[in-house]
Design a protein around this ligand. Structure first.
Ligand code: HEC
Length: 134
């Protein structure tokens, strides 16, 4: 009996919520403070000129910012060469190397497709990480 009452109540609440839903695009979920990566920068994903640092944070940050598994593994892997585990702190990276690693994968890093990171986005990220290196 109680179960039926609960179900009826739930159905009423649900139908009220649907009745009040505004027309058009549903709102995006809120950006959670505990997520370490930045939201994707606005703009057309196929057109260059978007912010490389923000794209790096959004597309690569869950592995390559502080606490990410890429950072942890690179800290160990590159320690003998005295290189930082944080890609954003490196000054030895070149754009072509970054692009090669992203499209082909590297040790524990999976390769990343053009659906996930477009060529235009990868160009911006590689330029950001290379800091002017050719
Ligand atoms: C799922 C986690 C993950 C994601 C996402 C990821 N990486 Fe990685 N990346 C790694 C790991 C792990 C390594 C280190 C390989 C190892 O030691 O196993 C690595 C290594 C690299 C290296 C090689 C650095 C060196 O010292 O040779 C580059 C460059 C790189 N990543 C760039 C990127 C870029 C750019 C993105 C985003 C487009 C990205 N990665 C996304 C996990 C990730």
């Amino acid at each position: 009996m109680r179960g039926i009452l609960y179900m009826t109540g739930l159905a009423m609440v649900a139908s009220a919520a649907f009745a009040q839903a505004p027309a058009g695009k549903p709102p995006l979920p809120p950006f959670l403070k505990y997520q370490m990566r930045a939201p994707a920068p606005p703009g057309n994903r196929l057109v260059s000129g978007r912010d490389g640092a923000a794209l790096f944070s959004n597309k690569c940050g869950y592995c390559h910012l502080v606490g990410g598994m890429g950072t942890n593994l690179l800290t160990k892997l590159r320690a003998p060469d005295h290189l930082s585990g944080l890609l954003a702190e490196r000054t030895d990276l070149k754009p072509d190397y970054v692009k090669y690693v992203v499209r082909n994968g590297y040790l524990a890093m999976p390769r990343i497709s053009r659906a996930e990171v477009t060529n235009a986005e990868l160009d911006a990220i590689a330029r950001y990480l290379a800091k002017g290196n050719k």
